[in-house]
Design a protein around this ligand. Structure first.
Ligand SMILES: *[C@@H]1O[C@H](CO)[C@@H](O)[C@H](O)[C@H]1NC(C)=O
Ligand SMILES: *[C@@H]1O[C@H](CO)[C@@H](O)[C@H](O)[C@H]1NC(C)=O
Length: 291
Protein backbone atom coordinates (compact mmCIF):
# COMPACT_ATOMS: atom_id res chain seq x y z
CA UNK A 1 0.00 0.00 0.00
CA UNK A 2 1.94 3.12 1.08
CA UNK A 3 -0.25 5.51 -0.88
CA UNK A 4 0.90 9.02 -1.36
CA UNK A 5 -0.16 10.94 1.64
CA UNK A 6 -0.51 14.60 2.03
CA UNK A 7 0.65 15.64 5.40
CA UNK A 8 -1.98 17.77 6.96
CA UNK A 9 -0.93 19.09 10.25
CA UNK A 10 -4.37 19.36 11.68
CA UNK A 11 -3.59 20.77 15.01
CA UNK A 12 -6.80 19.74 16.65
CA UNK A 13 -7.89 21.66 19.66
CA UNK A 14 -7.50 18.78 22.05
CA UNK A 15 -5.82 18.73 25.42
CA UNK A 16 -2.13 18.70 24.74
CA UNK A 17 1.08 19.14 26.63
CA UNK A 18 1.01 22.86 26.02
CA UNK A 19 -2.31 23.45 27.68
CA UNK A 20 -1.92 26.58 29.75
CA UNK A 21 -5.20 28.32 29.05
CA UNK A 22 -8.75 27.02 29.31
CA UNK A 23 -9.18 27.53 25.59
CA UNK A 24 -5.92 26.51 24.04
CA UNK A 25 -5.37 27.42 20.46
CA UNK A 26 -2.65 25.43 18.76
CA UNK A 27 0.02 27.47 17.05
CA UNK A 28 3.13 26.81 15.04
CA UNK A 29 6.27 27.15 17.14
CA UNK A 30 7.90 30.49 16.51
CA UNK A 31 11.25 29.27 15.31
CA UNK A 32 13.56 31.31 13.20
CA UNK A 33 14.09 29.48 9.95
CA UNK A 34 16.67 30.35 7.31
CA UNK A 35 15.39 32.16 4.25
CA UNK A 36 15.91 30.76 0.77
CA UNK A 37 15.88 33.34 -2.03
CA UNK A 38 16.23 32.95 -5.80
CA UNK A 39 19.48 34.42 -7.14
CA UNK A 40 20.02 33.52 -10.74
CA UNK A 41 17.70 31.95 -13.30
CA UNK A 42 18.91 30.47 -16.57
CA UNK A 43 17.20 28.68 -19.43
CA UNK A 44 17.61 24.94 -19.85
CA UNK A 45 16.79 22.82 -22.90
CA UNK A 46 13.12 21.97 -23.17
CA UNK A 47 12.57 18.70 -21.33
CA UNK A 48 11.24 15.44 -22.68
CA UNK A 49 8.33 13.94 -20.89
CA UNK A 50 9.27 10.29 -21.00
CA UNK A 51 8.78 8.89 -17.50
CA UNK A 52 5.68 7.07 -16.31
CA UNK A 53 4.28 8.48 -13.09
CA UNK A 54 5.21 6.08 -10.31
CA UNK A 55 2.94 6.81 -7.42
CA UNK A 56 4.65 4.69 -4.81
CA UNK A 57 8.17 5.43 -3.76
CA UNK A 58 9.96 3.78 -0.90
CA UNK A 59 13.17 5.00 0.59
CA UNK A 60 16.05 2.68 1.25
CA UNK A 61 16.83 5.05 4.12
CA UNK A 62 14.46 4.58 7.05
CA UNK A 63 14.36 6.59 10.30
CA UNK A 64 17.45 4.92 11.82
CA UNK A 65 19.48 5.44 8.68
CA UNK A 66 18.19 8.99 8.51
CA UNK A 67 19.54 9.79 11.97
CA UNK A 68 23.00 8.78 10.84
CA UNK A 69 22.83 10.83 7.67
CA UNK A 70 25.63 13.26 6.94
CA UNK A 71 24.67 16.86 7.49
CA UNK A 72 25.02 18.63 4.16
CA UNK A 73 27.50 21.46 3.79
CA UNK A 74 26.31 24.95 2.99
CA UNK A 75 27.31 24.52 -0.65
CA UNK A 76 25.50 21.18 -0.88
CA UNK A 77 22.37 22.67 0.63
CA UNK A 78 22.45 25.54 -1.83
CA UNK A 79 22.77 23.08 -4.68
CA UNK A 80 19.92 20.88 -3.47
CA UNK A 81 17.51 23.72 -2.70
CA UNK A 82 18.06 25.22 -6.14
CA UNK A 83 15.21 24.25 -8.40
CA UNK A 84 13.96 23.68 -11.92
CA UNK A 85 10.84 25.44 -13.14
CA UNK A 86 8.70 23.87 -15.82
CA UNK A 87 6.38 26.31 -17.61
CA UNK A 88 3.02 25.34 -19.05
CA UNK A 89 4.38 26.11 -22.54
CA UNK A 90 7.12 23.49 -22.10
CA UNK A 91 10.03 25.83 -21.32
CA UNK A 92 12.41 24.88 -18.53
CA UNK A 93 14.62 27.04 -16.33
CA UNK A 94 16.98 26.50 -13.43
CA UNK A 95 17.11 28.90 -10.51
CA UNK A 96 20.05 29.00 -8.11
CA UNK A 97 19.27 30.10 -4.60
CA UNK A 98 21.01 31.79 -1.72
CA UNK A 99 20.38 30.75 1.89
CA UNK A 100 20.31 33.44 4.54
CA UNK A 101 20.24 33.14 8.32
CA UNK A 102 21.71 29.66 8.32
CA UNK A 103 24.14 28.92 11.12
CA UNK A 104 27.04 27.72 9.00
CA UNK A 105 29.38 27.19 11.97
CA UNK A 106 26.82 24.92 13.62
CA UNK A 107 26.39 23.08 10.35
CA UNK A 108 30.15 22.51 10.07
CA UNK A 109 30.40 21.35 13.67
CA UNK A 110 27.85 18.57 13.28
CA UNK A 111 29.36 17.49 10.01
CA UNK A 112 31.48 14.51 9.22
CA UNK A 113 30.77 12.72 12.47
CA UNK A 114 28.14 10.42 11.09
CA UNK A 115 28.07 7.91 8.31
CA UNK A 116 25.10 6.86 6.32
CA UNK A 117 24.08 3.25 5.95
CA UNK A 118 21.22 1.69 4.12
CA UNK A 119 18.38 -0.05 5.87
CA UNK A 120 15.18 -0.81 4.11
CA UNK A 121 12.17 -0.03 6.21
CA UNK A 122 8.52 0.11 5.51
CA UNK A 123 5.72 0.09 7.98
CA UNK A 124 2.45 -1.68 7.34
CA UNK A 125 -0.19 -1.45 9.99
CA UNK A 126 -3.79 -2.51 9.87
CA UNK A 127 -5.93 -0.37 7.59
CA UNK A 128 -7.28 2.37 9.83
CA UNK A 129 -8.31 4.75 7.10
CA UNK A 130 -11.62 6.57 6.93
CA UNK A 131 -13.17 7.59 3.65
CA UNK A 132 -14.56 11.08 3.98
CA UNK A 133 -18.04 11.51 2.56
CA UNK A 134 -20.53 14.35 2.50
CA UNK A 135 -20.04 17.84 1.22
CA UNK A 136 -20.08 19.33 4.71
CA UNK A 137 -16.70 17.71 5.24
CA UNK A 138 -15.30 17.56 1.73
CA UNK A 139 -16.00 21.18 0.86
CA UNK A 140 -14.82 22.63 4.14
CA UNK A 141 -11.51 23.22 5.82
CA UNK A 142 -9.36 21.26 6.55
CA UNK A 143 -10.39 18.48 4.12
CA UNK A 144 -10.99 20.99 1.32
CA UNK A 145 -7.25 21.72 1.25
CA UNK A 146 -6.58 18.24 -0.17
CA UNK A 147 -6.68 18.35 -3.94
CA UNK A 148 -6.11 15.88 -6.73
CA UNK A 149 -3.09 16.22 -9.03
CA UNK A 150 -3.80 15.00 -12.58
CA UNK A 151 -0.85 12.57 -12.58
CA UNK A 152 -2.59 10.65 -9.78
CA UNK A 153 -1.21 12.17 -6.60
CA UNK A 154 -2.67 14.34 -3.91
CA UNK A 155 -1.67 17.93 -3.22
CA UNK A 156 -2.31 20.44 -0.46
CA UNK A 157 -3.34 24.05 -0.94
CA UNK A 158 -0.64 26.20 0.67
CA UNK A 159 -1.31 29.66 -0.80
CA UNK A 160 -3.82 31.49 -3.00
CA UNK A 161 -2.53 29.80 -6.13
CA UNK A 162 0.01 27.30 -4.87
CA UNK A 163 -0.25 23.57 -4.28
CA UNK A 164 2.37 21.46 -2.53
CA UNK A 165 2.78 17.91 -3.74
CA UNK A 166 5.50 15.25 -4.05
CA UNK A 167 8.28 15.66 -6.62
CA UNK A 168 7.84 12.05 -7.74
CA UNK A 169 4.37 12.97 -9.03
CA UNK A 170 5.95 15.08 -11.77
CA UNK A 171 9.57 13.89 -12.12
CA UNK A 172 11.08 10.44 -11.64
CA UNK A 173 14.59 11.74 -10.89
CA UNK A 174 15.71 11.43 -14.51
CA UNK A 175 12.88 12.87 -16.54
CA UNK A 176 9.58 14.66 -16.20
CA UNK A 177 6.62 12.28 -16.26
CA UNK A 178 4.34 12.24 -19.30
CA UNK A 179 1.44 13.83 -17.43
CA UNK A 180 3.58 16.77 -16.25
CA UNK A 181 3.29 18.44 -19.64
CA UNK A 182 -0.36 19.30 -19.14
CA UNK A 183 -0.54 19.23 -15.38
CA UNK A 184 -3.86 20.08 -13.74
CA UNK A 185 -5.18 20.22 -10.22
CA UNK A 186 -8.67 18.91 -9.40
CA UNK A 187 -11.01 20.52 -6.86
CA UNK A 188 -14.12 18.77 -5.63
CA UNK A 189 -17.29 20.66 -6.55
CA UNK A 190 -20.93 19.79 -6.01
CA UNK A 191 -22.42 18.34 -9.17
CA UNK A 192 -25.22 20.31 -10.78
CA UNK A 193 -28.68 18.69 -10.53
CA UNK A 194 -29.36 18.68 -14.28
CA UNK A 195 -26.33 16.53 -15.00
CA UNK A 196 -27.18 12.90 -15.37
CA UNK A 197 -25.79 10.66 -12.67
CA UNK A 198 -24.92 8.35 -15.55
CA UNK A 199 -21.68 10.30 -15.94
CA UNK A 200 -20.39 9.06 -12.64
CA UNK A 201 -17.50 6.84 -13.55
CA UNK A 202 -16.18 6.24 -10.09
CA UNK A 203 -17.05 5.75 -6.48
CA UNK A 204 -17.04 9.52 -6.14
CA UNK A 205 -19.83 10.33 -3.74
CA UNK A 206 -22.76 10.84 -6.09
CA UNK A 207 -23.08 14.59 -6.16
CA UNK A 208 -19.43 15.57 -6.41
CA UNK A 209 -17.06 15.99 -9.31
CA UNK A 210 -13.62 17.41 -9.93
CA UNK A 211 -13.18 20.82 -11.49
CA UNK A 212 -9.71 21.19 -12.96
CA UNK A 213 -7.35 24.18 -13.02
CA UNK A 214 -4.24 24.12 -15.21
CA UNK A 215 -0.82 24.48 -13.63
CA UNK A 216 1.20 27.44 -14.89
CA UNK A 217 4.56 26.62 -13.33
CA UNK A 218 5.99 23.56 -11.58
CA UNK A 219 9.01 23.90 -9.31
CA UNK A 220 11.11 20.81 -8.50
CA UNK A 221 14.21 20.97 -6.22
CA UNK A 222 17.59 19.87 -7.60
CA UNK A 223 17.96 17.72 -4.47
CA UNK A 224 15.30 15.44 -5.96
CA UNK A 225 16.58 15.55 -9.51
CA UNK A 226 20.23 15.00 -8.57
CA UNK A 227 19.76 12.94 -5.44
CA UNK A 228 17.31 10.41 -6.73
CA UNK A 229 20.05 7.92 -7.49
CA UNK A 230 20.89 7.74 -3.78
CA UNK A 231 19.26 8.32 -0.43
CA UNK A 232 19.25 12.08 -0.26
CA UNK A 233 16.54 12.43 -2.87
CA UNK A 234 13.82 11.40 -0.45
CA UNK A 235 14.44 14.49 1.67
CA UNK A 236 13.63 16.60 -1.37
CA UNK A 237 10.57 14.79 -2.62
CA UNK A 238 8.45 17.90 -2.90
CA UNK A 239 7.19 20.06 -5.76
CA UNK A 240 5.39 23.36 -5.73
CA UNK A 241 2.71 23.95 -8.36
CA UNK A 242 1.47 27.42 -9.29
CA UNK A 243 -2.06 27.50 -10.68
CA UNK A 244 -3.13 29.64 -13.64
CA UNK A 245 -5.78 31.28 -11.49
CA UNK A 246 -6.49 31.50 -7.76
CA UNK A 247 -8.50 28.59 -6.32
CA UNK A 248 -10.41 30.89 -3.93
CA UNK A 249 -10.44 28.47 -1.05
CA UNK A 250 -8.96 28.52 2.38
CA UNK A 251 -5.45 27.06 2.39
CA UNK A 252 -3.03 25.63 4.94
CA UNK A 253 -0.12 27.71 6.09
CA UNK A 254 3.23 25.99 6.04
CA UNK A 255 5.08 26.01 9.32
CA UNK A 256 7.74 24.29 11.34
CA UNK A 257 6.30 21.27 13.10
CA UNK A 258 6.22 21.27 16.91
CA UNK A 259 8.39 18.67 18.62
CA UNK A 260 6.87 15.19 18.96
CA UNK A 261 6.06 15.86 22.62
CA UNK A 262 4.19 19.03 21.81
CA UNK A 263 1.98 17.64 19.07
CA UNK A 264 -1.65 17.67 20.21
CA UNK A 265 -2.40 14.14 21.40
CA UNK A 266 0.98 13.17 19.88
CA UNK A 267 -0.64 12.63 16.54
CA UNK A 268 -0.07 13.57 12.95
CA UNK A 269 -2.94 13.56 10.49
CA UNK A 270 -3.03 12.80 6.79
CA UNK A 271 -5.57 12.85 4.05
CA UNK A 272 -5.26 12.01 0.39
CA UNK A 273 -6.89 10.60 -2.72
CA UNK A 274 -5.58 7.06 -2.31
CA UNK A 275 -5.45 5.11 -5.52
CA UNK A 276 -7.00 1.98 -4.05
CA UNK A 277 -10.13 3.94 -3.19
CA UNK A 278 -10.64 5.78 -6.40
CA UNK A 279 -12.18 9.24 -6.07
CA UNK A 280 -12.46 9.00 -2.30
CA UNK A 281 -10.73 11.34 0.05
CA UNK A 282 -9.20 9.09 2.67
CA UNK A 283 -8.14 10.25 6.11
CA UNK A 284 -6.00 8.68 8.82
CA UNK A 285 -3.87 9.71 11.74
CA UNK A 286 -1.00 8.09 13.51
CA UNK A 287 0.96 8.42 16.69
CA UNK A 288 4.29 10.14 16.43
CA UNK A 289 6.93 8.64 18.72
CA UNK A 290 10.20 10.16 17.58
CA UNK A 291 11.34 13.32 15.87
C1 LIG B 1 7.23 30.16 -22.10
O1 LIG B 1 6.76 31.07 -21.12
C2 LIG B 1 7.79 31.77 -20.43
C3 LIG B 1 7.13 32.59 -19.34
O2 LIG B 1 5.93 33.17 -19.73
C4 LIG B 1 8.59 32.61 -21.40
O3 LIG B 1 9.62 33.28 -20.73
C5 LIG B 1 9.18 31.69 -22.46
O4 LIG B 1 9.87 32.44 -23.43
C6 LIG B 1 8.07 30.87 -23.15
N1 LIG B 1 8.70 29.90 -24.04
C7 LIG B 1 8.25 29.64 -25.28
C8 LIG B 1 9.00 28.60 -26.01
O5 LIG B 1 7.30 30.24 -25.75
C1 LIG C 1 -25.62 5.73 -19.58
O1 LIG C 1 -25.09 6.25 -20.78
C2 LIG C 1 -24.82 5.26 -21.77
C3 LIG C 1 -24.20 5.91 -23.00
O2 LIG C 1 -23.62 7.13 -22.70
C4 LIG C 1 -26.10 4.51 -22.14
O3 LIG C 1 -25.79 3.48 -23.09
C5 LIG C 1 -26.70 3.91 -20.90
O4 LIG C 1 -27.93 3.30 -21.23
C6 LIG C 1 -26.91 4.97 -19.83
N1 LIG C 1 -27.37 4.35 -18.59
C7 LIG C 1 -28.36 4.85 -17.85
C8 LIG C 1 -28.69 4.09 -16.60
O5 LIG C 1 -28.96 5.87 -18.16
Amino acid sequence: MAPLLTLLMLLCAVRGALLYHPIWKPMWPASKVPVVLPQLTEDLDAPEFTAEAKLEVTSPCGPECHKRALVPSYEELKERLSYETLYFNGSLTQTNVGIYGLNVAELARTQGTKGRSRAKRQIYGHDSRFSIFGKDFLLNYPFSTSVKVSTGCTGTLVAERHVLTAAHCVHDGKSYVKGAKKLKVGFLKPRQKEESSNQTRSHLSEKMKFQWIRVKRTHVPKGWIKGNANDIGMDYDYALLELKKPHKRRYMKIGVSPTAKQLPAGRIHFSGYDNDRWGNLVYRFCKNFTE
